[in-house]
Design a protein around this ligand. Sequence first.
Ligand SMILES: [Zn+2]
Length: 104
Amino acid sequence: MKRDEFIVVEGIHKNPNDINTLDEKSKIEHGPYNKIEAEKVAKGLIQKNIDNFYHRAWVINQDIELNNICEECKKEDESVKQNLIMHSYKICNSCNLAKTIFPL
Ligand SMILES: [Zn+2]
């Protein structure tokens, strides 16, 4: 069985709903933890920074961090990671858009 390896990333974002807008200079990584610990740490960080709208903390599975391959078109794309965090499926923005317009 594969071990759960989760890290928590916190920092200041230009758009707090988009992990790709995280300011590299403000980025702090915590962990690795297991999933439950990671979620606890992330929640604590979010509560601690509740007054800062641009501060976000994300739980990231390190296995996924290394893999940006879209499951639909098998192409590598930065948006895959983001969609996985936001919607929990591995899909690039162009496939995601195609799916939204032409649902299967
Ligand atoms: Zn795709």
